[in-house]
Design a protein around this ligand. Sequence first.
Ligand SMILES: [Zn+2]
Ligand SMILES: [Zn+2]
Length: 143
Amino acid sequence: MAESLNGACLCGACTFTATPVSDEAGVCHCSMCRKFSGGMFIVIDCSGTLEFAADAPVTRFQSSPWGERAFCARCGSSLAWLSRDGKMAFVSAQAFPDPGRFPVKHQLFIDCKPGSYSLAGDTSTMTEAEFMAQYAAAPEGSA
Ligand SMILES: [Zn+2]
Ligand SMILES: [Zn+2]
């Protein structure tokens, strides 16, 4: 994709630019992402390119030893999961003007998904154990 996109929170105070690594969206069903986003967290990998406006009232909450979450202090919109080392940035698909441009291709923590919903599309899936096994050596993944 390599196209810089503009995004914003609900109230419009937090604006940002980000360049998606690809057009593929991922969904995380872990309990932290669900509480943070108010649903399943659909994210776009924008690592290395997420830039908030200088005056954006963006607040960060550290949710794990390696990760933190960015949200708007004014309207509460969930905006991104970031690795604390600054290398990874997964931005909420809903913060972009056209979330539908990002087809959902991957589901993480599929075994943490409540039974009350499921996705219809064809996606890859990873359980929490599979995810942790893959990222244990470099614990900068989700959560
Ligand atoms: Zn806002
Ligand atoms: Zn998650």
